[in-house]
Design a protein around this ligand. Sequence first.
Ligand SMILES: [Zn+2]
Length: 344
Amino acid sequence: MNFRMLSTAWSISLRGFGVAMLVAMMGCSVFRGPFVLERWPELVITEQPQTSTEVTVSYFGVSTLLIQDGKNALLVDGFFSRPPLHKLLLRQKIRPNISRITDGLVSAGIAAKGELGAVLTVHSHYDHAMDVAVVANATGAMVLGSESTANIAQGGGVPKDRVVVIKPNVPLSLGDFEVTFIETEHVPLPGTRNKLLGKRIKAPLAPPATEFDYRSGPFYTIHIAHPQGRALIQGSAGYRENVLESFDADVVFLGIGGLGAQSDNYVADYWKHVIEPVDPQRVMAIHWDNLTLPLSTRMRAAPQLVPWHRSVNEVIERLDELGRKHGRQLKLLPVGRPVPLFRH
Ligand SMILES: [Zn+2]
């Protein structure tokens, strides 16, 4: 066996070992994460919509939220593909999963043309924006977001006249909804991912592409005002000080992804700078699920990768304590079912 054969055999056996490890990890419940909604039955919203014109919200994992009032429907992010862990770990190219997106749109009742007015994106990482083009092309919806998100839409074939690069702090009317994008920050990430935060997608991005090709662009908090109430959506667990003082909200959707790796002080500051200025009665935790598993009504938490981080359930426990201390209800949304957005 010459050197070349030896090194090829070595690399094949290494790759085989890597794949075997991955399969073992993915089967292991530690890496799949614990169930969440079953752990907190008292926090899960059980109310049913009373009328067809009541504003409702339906949750589809990460920060994908469908908000509708019987006349108009808005979808935050619209991420349904949820590529598997091994593709991300091996840095393989990913692409929108058409059947998962179709199933998601059908279950949300927005699969037909004209059922969805707009897709609003909080930033352009793959777990928020990779499906915007497929969703917009299937439904005829407008895509609203940063220039980076516009490049994902354009790379996926959405006509330019249905893509809107938003201006921060300038309200847009969509039926009875008034939507405002406010610049914010992203939760700190490990390693290279942190250095790439804020980098832009500068040209149309056609799939397949790697996770790293989905550069974040700027980050937005989205404020939604409607005659029935006001909501604030914080997709990533980052914050910018003193930008929310002129907004109020009955409900805040609070992204908690990555919060388990942050200090107690960070969690307290996140609450202080996102929740306190807008003074909501309810805080609904989102972005807690293991986004490498398919959407399910029994979703598992993002796994706790190192023992010194908090688990998702510990983060929820901490936020529930903060809510009680400040007179606000922490809530969890059931998956895939509309619940009243503004009833208290
Ligand atoms: Zn992100």
